[in-house]
Design a protein around this ligand. Structure first.
Ligand SMILES: Cc1ncc(COP(=O)(O)O)c(C=O)c1O
Length: 580
């Protein structure tokens, strides 16, 4: 019995040994083979519920796996929906990698990197004509952030706490008493706000007071009088959008400044303006026509400005900037003082830790381009935008009717954005979102969207963004980033010219598709399913009615089929097609 026990032990030990040797052999062969000859290339994995692997793998194999995912992304250069810069120089990428190793929260270890941060804030504050700092530090008051969203949140918070102090002072109350803290103040803004502000309203308990611009008469630019008339004693500030993301129009900051002055004087308020210049912050200063239209700290009621470095600031990394007019009674409300190397400095950001890549690359870009470089770049972008706008304006169908109605602010004092919609007089059975999907056959991404929104603080009612069009009106935009050169724009024009007649010839197909969409909506409501999935039967009907293969349906309708064990489901992907 005893000798049998021993035999089993020996077998078990040998088995363990064999397994170790096998695994050593496997990892050794992994190290020596290319990814494609390694077991990883043929390994079936469930990426949706991945777990950390028991054993690591060679660095080149890991990089290859990530590259494979990356190659399944779209081509960002042909994405005209997004404002995000996607081109970079090799030196810039090296600088970004250098910055990735630096955590800016650790000012004691990285004082020189913090100095680069402060220098960039100073450069941008100068660009936006901020009043010179008076505290003797030589530094303007501002911060590098992850993007415009964080910058807007910070600016909004400074306004909220500034208002609280003012309100308490005016009413003779303690700012921390319930009578003050219990008030949910408001922020006045155009309905064409970007979703960054939805975060602000919801996270920081401020309710929006919306001003609806007109699309057809006023190109989505708010009326300064109407905007400022919304202010009351619970208003923390007014936001002017320097380049709304829908069509690139600037809110008239110069007029808003005058109007707010009047409202403040008449009511004894101290409402100030925040400029959300996510895109315009690095465009407007380089447009000659803006010399007669001050849009920044030259206007006395402008308290803060924010912008995205990774949009027209040309940074390749997520980067945002916020600059405050002053520290006193503004930035001080959100400042947390940190000590380092025997000194101390203000931290104005939501998060302490962040890589220095964005700061480094922004510094690189400001030095690399200089004022002259930004000017030429903006000139090119506006020129390409004009080319595309005129091309769309002149496109006609077989009966000589214009295909498009241009809906942007034109070629001057606005972002390099072309916005349009299919001419309503065409009465075609397809819409701008169908056009988006049809164009994507040629790899171009031109996002179409409906002009509706839901109140971020409640209610599911679909409201209209503009006072003169219904929420189901659709349009599309083409953002002319620096990578959208004339050569590429000519190709895009050609793709429009190829695609539109095809859509026209598919008339009945589109009519049935739209009927199918209506049916799907009804079916979804009936089945009380969530808003993502509709039933298999509807898909079958849709496919039958459309007489198309599912890939065609997916592309043209913006609906995506997902094969599941239970059968086919139709996933709605029409929502959220707007990128930042
Ligand atoms: C007007 C405006 N504000 C804020 C944002 C948010 O910017 P970010 O993506 O840099 O956070 C955007 C993005 O497009 C924008 O257009």
């Amino acid at each position: 019995m005893g000798s049998y026990d021993k035999k089993d032990e020996v077998i078990a030990a040998l088995q363990a040994r064999v397994e170790t040797l096998e695994s050593l052999l496997l990892s050794h062969s992994n190290f020596n083979s290319t990814y494609y000859a390694s077991p990883h290339a043929a390994e079936i994995t469930d990426d949706s519920c991945a777990m950390i692997p028991d054993r690591g793998m060679p660095a080149s194999h890991v990089a290859e796996i990530i590259n494979q995912f990356h190659s399944c992304d779209f081509n960002p250069r042909l994405n005209t929906s997004s404002y995000v810069n996607v081109v970079s120089e090799p030196e810039e990428r090296q600088v970004a990698i250098l910055g990735a190793r630096v955590n800016l929260a650790d000012a004691s270890v990285y004082p020189a990197s913090v100095m680069i941060h402060d220098t960039v804030v100073n450069m941008i504050a100068e660009l936006w004509h901020a009043p010179h700092p008076t505290d003797g530090s030589g530094n303007y008051c501002g911060a590098g952030t992850v993007g415009s969203t964080e910058a807007c949140l910070l600016a909004g918070l400074a306004l909220k706490f500034r208002w609280r102090e003012w309100y308490a002072r005016t009413k003779g109350l303690d700012p921390q008493c319930q009578a003050v803290l219990g008030i949910r103040p408001n922020l006045v803004i155009s309905t064409c706000y970007q979703a960054a502000w939805e975060k602000f309203f919801r996270y920081f308990d401020v309710h929006p007071k919306f001003c609806k611009p007109k699309l057809l008469e006023n190109s989505m630019s708010v009326d300064a009088k109407e905007l400022c008339a919304l202010c009351d004693e619970e208003t923390i500030g007014v936001v002017a959008i320097l380049g709304n993301h829908y069509n690139g129009a600037y809110d008239p900051v110069w007029e808003i400044n005058d109007e707010i002055q009047k409202v403040n004087q008449a009511n004894g308020f101290q409402v100030g303006i925040h400029i959300d210049a996510a895109s315009g912050g690095f465009i407007a200063p380089f447009q000659p026509e803006m010399e007669s239209k001050p849009f920044d700290f030259r206007l006395s009621n402008v308290l803060s400005i924010s912008s995205s470095g990774h949009k027209f600031g040309e940074s390749i990394c997520g980067t945002g900037w916020v600059v405050f007019r002053q520290r006193e009674d503004l930035a001080e409300h959100i400042a947390v003082t940190v000590t380092y190397l025997g000194g101390h400095c203000d931290s104005l950001t939501l998060n302490f830790s962040r890589p220095a890549s964005g700061v480094y690359v922004q510094y690189y870009k400001l030095l690399r381009l200089g004022m002259d470089g930004y000017r030429s770049k903006v000139r090119n972008q506006m020129k390409v935008a004009s080319f595309l706008r005129e091309s769309l304006r002149n496109m006609k169908n077989a009966d000589g009717v214009n295909y498009f109605q241009i809906l942007d602010a034109g070629g001057s004092a606005c972002l390099p954005v072309v916005a349009a919609r299919l001419n309503p007089q065409l009465h075609v059975p397809y819409d701008d979102i169908d056009l988006q999907h049809a164009l994507s056959e040629s790899h171009w991404y031109v996002s179409g969207y409906a002009l509706g929104f839901e109140d971020p603080c409640g209610g599911d009612e679909e409201l209209s963004l503009c006072s003169d069009v219904s929420p189901d009106t659709t349009m599309f935009r083409i953002v002319v980033k620096s990578n959208l050169t004339m050569k590429l724009a000519q190709n895009l024009k050609k793709q429009f010219e190829i695609t539109l007649p095809i859509l026209d010839t598919m008339e009945d197909g589109y009519r049935s598709m739209h009927s199918a969409k209506e049916l799907m909506e009804k079916e979804r409501a009936k089945a009380a399913l969530d808003d993502v999935f509709v039933t298999t039967s509807v898909v079958k009907v849709a496919k039958k009615w459309m007489g198309m293969r599912k890939s065609g349906v997916q592309k043209l309708m913006g609906y995506e089929f997902m094969e599941e064990e239970k059968g086919s489901h139709l996933r709605q992907s029409r929502r959220g097609s707007l990128a930042c």
